[in-house]
Design a binder for this molecule. Structure first.
Ligand SMILES: [Zn+2]
Length: 484
């Protein structure tokens, strides 16, 4: 009896050893065969669903705002490697709530092309390498390792390889040899090191290839994409070309130039352009900068220009219009510079957390400086003055764009700096659009409520032609003649 037991134990040990000893190569090979990745050179998949814009939430505790993807098609060439995505996007939040180009009127076509070369940032390649097939191909080529893991009562072979950003890329292979989840860490300017995960389920057979008909991607804890796939074409033609220069969103998304040309708006008041607009004001003993947007590169350019215009004074304050990442992405750089951040009180706990968040993948100036952030808050109104200059900060009540949206009004100069309440088009507005944006209307309502005598608007998203935007243009977009 004892002998029998011993034999059983020995067999059990041997069997589990056999499972353990299944090396990464075998696990990848079995999974590749099971999903049909072996002879897959290209794939095209399409369906519909939703995307959600990272960093554009209505407030710091709400998820990323939703957009309908009426159609979504992605083609991937694993050999080039390259990928192209085309989708038709529609408004998903009704009424509009949050950023990300809301409100979308009608149908908005979007596309994205990535052709991988030696300089392609790793994060831009992940749409290829985080698909089940891309993951298996990248794992096979990058000395992957394997371990067994039980999660939620299910057993997985977890395949791991190191991404080009030095973060581990983990793929969870289930007992049917399907890739259920791929996860890694990426850098985000605002959030620091964040998890990027892709979840795959409801695999179905499409011409010999098993493809997940449910795909969900998450970043920063919330979904950024949620698709139902209805059509898959294995080895579809995939001759992916770069879009023509100067056309399409790829051109619009070109990184902001480091140059920050400026112009004088009034005595001691300077407009800094070359990216998102900021205003620098020469206070008696220090500089106030309104808006620290985009990135460390952009914030550094603004800081350099502000100090050139106003020498020998420290930047004591940076005013933040709202917490959307494109408007707050330079704040960490201002904190490293020693500036106090002025923001709406709804953002304070969020910013305290973010200014301390680890940025190990791409350390920035604040990560190196390890400076403690100083934050001053406001609710409805805050006035900054040195007895000469006056900056009135007002909360835009009832904004659907952002709960804590703040504008800066310069009463002496009759200038209003605003972000995302009115983003004027490249050319001057000459007629009222068929659909009036509730965000534009809200700005007009707040200007009236606060009885602000505005002549000039400084949109943080400054119009491409560099024109001076007058109150008349804002009144035009809401169908009102100017009261001035
Ligand atoms: Zn915004």
């Amino acid at each position: 009896m004892i002998k029998k037991c011993m034999a059983a134990v020995a067999i059990t040990i041997l069997m589990s050893w056999a499972v353990m000893a299944q090396d990464a190569r075998t696990v990848i090979s079995n999974a590749s065969k099971a999903v049909g990745a072996d002879n897959l050179k290209t794939i095209e998949y399409s369906g519909s669903g939703m995307d959600f814009t990272l960093g554009q939430a209505y407030n710091p505790s709400s998820p990323w705002p939703k957009f309908i993807n009426k159609t979504y098609t992605r083609v991937i060439n694993f050999e080039t490697p390259a990928t192209r995505m085309d989708r038709i996007r529609m408004q998903g939040e009704n009424p509009p709530r949050g950023g990300g180009q809301q409100p979308v009127i009608g149908e908005q076509p979007q596309n994205q092309t990535v052709i991988v070369n030696a300089n392609t940032p790793w994060v831009n390649q992940l749409e290829i390498w985080m698909t089940p097939y891309g993951f298996l191909k990248a794992a096979a080529a990058n000395n992957a390792t394997v371990k067994q893991q039980t999660t939620g009562g299910k057993r997985y072979n977890v395949i791991t390889f190191q991404g080009q950003n030095k973060a581990a890329v983990n793929g969870y292979i289930n007992e049917q040899n399907m890739v259920e989840r791929v996860e890694t860490m990426i850098d985000n300017t605002m959030l620091g090191d964040i998890v990027f995960e892709a979840l795959y389920s409801d695999y179905k057979d499409f011409g010999g290839v098993k493809f997940p008909t449910k795909m969900v991607q998450k970043q920063g804890g919330y979904p950024i994409l949620d698709l139902t796939i209805t059509d898959v074409k294995p080895n579809a033609p995939a001759n992916i070309q770069n879009p023509q220069r100067g056309a399409g969103p790829a051109a619009a998304a070109a990184p902001a130039a480091a140059a920050a040309p400026s112009q004088k708006l009034a005595d001691g008041v300077y407009l800094i352009l070359g990216g998102y607009a900021s205003i620098a004001v020469d206070f008696k003993d220090y500089i106030v900068v309104v808006e620290g947007p985009q990135s460390e590169e952009r914030a550094s350019a603004i800081i350099t220009e502000a100090k050139r215009l106003i020498p020998n004074k420290p930047i004591k304050y940076v005013v933040n219009t709202h917490q959307h990442f494109d408007h707050a992405g330079g704040l960490r750089t201002f904190v490293a510079e020693g500036a106090t951040v002025i923001t709406h009180q709804v953002n304070k706990p969020y910013y305290e957390k973010l200014f301390n968040a680890p940025h190990t993948l791409t350390p920035d100036k604040l990560a190196s400086a390890k400076k403690k952030a100083s934050i001053e808050t406001m609710t409805e109104k805050k006035v900054l003055t040195d007895g000469n200059h006056v900056i009135e900060l007002h909360h835009l009540q009832g904004s659907g764009h952002n709960e804590g949206l703040v504008v800066a009004y310069f009463p002496k100069e009759k200038i209003l700096l605003e972000a995302d309440a009115f983003n004027p088009p490249a050319q001057p507005v000459t007629q009222t659009p068929a659909t009036i944006s509730p965000y534009n209307q809200n700005l007009v309502d707040n200007i009236a409520r606060l009885k602000l005598d505005v002549q000039t608007i400084i949109p943080v998203h400054y119009p491409a032609d560099g024109r001076k935007v007058s109150i008349t243009e804002l009144m035009k977009v809401v169908g009102k003649a100017s009261s001035n």
